[in-house]
Ligand binder design. Structure first.
Ligand code: AMP
Length: 582
């Protein structure tokens, strides 16, 4: 019989973080010992040394591109000896890689499952201390993705699917009182739309028991409730008659969900009444799930644009941002669940990997600039306990599933310390999205610009369903293109002022000066037909992406021609900025 105690999880975390520096040295030693036989390490001349100084001197910082030749050999099954890790790689994870349009391959092994569970338990223990939930279930919008066998015989699927499939996942979900309302057949369904419908249906069947609503990324919750607005009457009818909608055609899902369904006119009436009583679906979550205590999922970084809509659906319920991690490995847990998502921080777990941070400094004169589009000055990476409060860094990760020093490409800011481990705020992805000449704009800059322009829509009671961008170099000079899908039609007048507002909202000095001298053409706002982003999501699902890990690509380059085509074919109108008089 396993005994799980929240106090002991908190205690363990407090102990681990007391002397995070020491734990880090020990963790690096273990990683290097476990992986000492790997070919990658053999070639670097470490000669069995396991101290951070030798590690840093011998092992280079890498990006995914540097690792591709090694990963390709693992995927192809060319060799049987350890290449990147000592312990066997049990499967391959496909990370989102949404910007490039093709998923990245990464090694996955049991160690990653362990660290995922540690992160889940830790943040749950802190969350439950402040917002205790009762025994019950969780309405979780989680989805597995397709899987296939590589030539080398390894299963390849998304990291989240690898986690959901693990034995450990179910045990941990029981421990942390987060059992999903839906049966496994719904999570592991081959059809995302049918899964989503059934998640909603199962959530309603168990509505009295649901303690919280969650998904990996906030986008999936918003997406689920947009769908709910369209299908709620069908859901009520299924519950009333105890007959599953004919839209569910996958036999395994039908069989599993039918078992849960029996005619329940009382529940159907109550849901129906609550839905018609709502105004624009405000507060639908607490209305239909009266025992839910909060809404949980990653809400930071590229998920921030969905917060407004999520707050609308969540009404009075608190939103809690989930942990910080990646397919490459986990990094940090949210141990301050009371902070609103905009201020969420993540405390690094010093035993799940070896962490370094590349200091990123803004050049003189740009320290206070509100834009993220600065060209950072980098210096030598520092250790976990050497970071300074208020400063920004790029995260570097070395895990048990890969002993390389992996640059994650994320900018984080140190908000404070929990004992001796830093609490990080996620700032943005580092890579530039929009750049034509001297202009530099990141995903965050785009997000800020869209947020600014969307204020003009609020007065009209319109909202942006989703957005992305592109650089059009077919005109001379080239110009930025912003794609918007709106909740309903907007007038020409409003849209042309939004377009001007967007153009001016890119405050990067390189952009503004290029616009003034006409080295960059007027920004173009292209309005998309309804449902375009659904088509894009479907396109990525077809490629093997998982909804659970889906992040809308905020930039679509020329190499991503399929998505670009979907966008361009669905433009209903387009506006050019007149903000700079040209
Ligand atoms: P993937 O490789 O698909 O697993 O995505 C990993 C990336 O998602 C990270 O490198 C971050 O950029 C982003 N991410 C993960 N967790 C968070 C978080 N809590 N807040 C913001 N972004 C996150």
């Amino acid at each position: 019989m396993r005994v799980f105690s929240l106090e002991s999880v908190i205690e363990e975390f407090e102990t681990l973080t007391k002397d995070a520096g020491h734990v880090q040295r020990e963790t690096l030693r273990k990683i290097l010992e476990q992986n000492g036989d790997a070919e990658y390490l053999q070639n670097l001349g470490l000669g069995g040394r396991t101290d951070p100084e030798s590690f840093k001197a011998c092992v280079p910082l890498v990006t995914h591109e540097d690792l591709e030749p090694y990963i390709r050999r693992i995927v192809e099954g060319e060799v049987t000896s350890p290449i990147l890790t000592g312990k066997p790689i049990t499967s391959i994870s496909l990370s989102s890689g949404t910007t490039q349009g093709k998923p990245k391959f990464l090694p996955f092994n049991e160690e990653l499952v362990q660290s995922t569970m540690q992160i889940y338990r830790t943040s749950f223990a802190f969350r439950n201390r402040e917002y205790p939930i009762g025994n019950g279930k969780a309405l979780q919008f989680i989805y597995s993705s397709k899987q296939f066998k590589t030539n080398g015989g390894l299963t390849a699927t998304t990291a989240t699917t690898n986690v959901y499939r693990s034995e450990q996942f179910k045990c941990t979900m029981e421990d942390i009182q987060s059992q999903c309302c839906s049966p496994d057949e719904v999570i592991f369904s081959p059809d995302f739309h049918q899964s989503l419908y059934c998640h909603l249906l199962c959530g309603l069947i168990y509505s009295a028991e649901v303690q919280f609503i969650s998904s990996t990324f906030a986008h999936s919750i918003v997406h689920a409730f947009r769908m709910f607005e369209l299908v709620w009457e069908d859901l009520c009818s299924d519950i009333r008659h105890g007959v599953l909608s004919s839209r569910i055609t996958v036999p395994s899902i039908r069989a599993a969900v039918c078992k849960l369904l029996s005619p329940n006119p009382t529940l159907a009436d109550s849901i129906y009444k609550k839905c018609v009583g709502l105004s624009s679906w405000y507060g639908v979550i607490p209305e239909l799930w009266p025992n839910a205590k909060y809404v949980y999922g990653i809400m930071t970084g590229s998920m921030e644009p969905y917060l407004k809509k999520l707050r609308h659906y969540a009404g009075s319920l608190p939103l809690m941002s989930a942990d910080y991690g990646s397919s490459e490995g986990w990094i940090a847990a949210n141990v301050n669940p009371g902070l609103p998502p905009e201020f969420a921080t993540f405390a690094v777990l010093p035993n799940i990997g070896y962490f370094e941070f590349i200091p990123l400094e803004r050049p003189e004169g740009q320290e206070l600039e509100n834009s993220n589009s600065v060209h950072y000055i980098e210096s030598e990476p520092v250790g976990l306990t050497e970071v300074e409060v208020g400063k920004e860094y790029e995260t570097v990760l070395t895990t048990f599933a890969g002993l390389y020093r992996y640059r994650l490409g994320d900018v984080v800011k140190v908000a404070g310390f929990h004992n001796s481990t830093p609490e990080l705020q996620f700032i943005c992805r580092r890579s530039l999205l929009l750049s034509i000449n001297i202009d530099k704009n990141t995903e965050r800059d785009l997000q800020l610009a869209v947020e600014e322009a969307s204020k003009l829509l609020a007065a009209e009671k319109l909202e942006i369903v989703d957005f992305t961008s592109h650089v059009d170099l077919s005109t001379d000079p080239g110009h930025y293109v912003i794609f918007w899908e709106l909740s309903s039609d907007a007038s020409e007048e409003v849209l042309s002022s939004c377009c001007n507002c967007l153009d001016l909202a890119f405050v990067d000095a390189g952009y503004a000066s290029s616009r003034k001298v006409r080295a960059i053409g007027p920004l173009e706002l292209r309005v998309l037909r309804k449902g375009t982003f659904q088509k894009i999501l479907d396109h990525y699902l077809g490629l093997g992406a998982a909804v659970s890990q889906f992040k809308t690509p905020r930039f679509v380059g020329p190499s991503n021609s399929n998505v670009l085509q979907i966008l361009c074919r669905n433009v209903s109108e387009s506006y050019f900025s007149t903000a700079y008089g040209c």
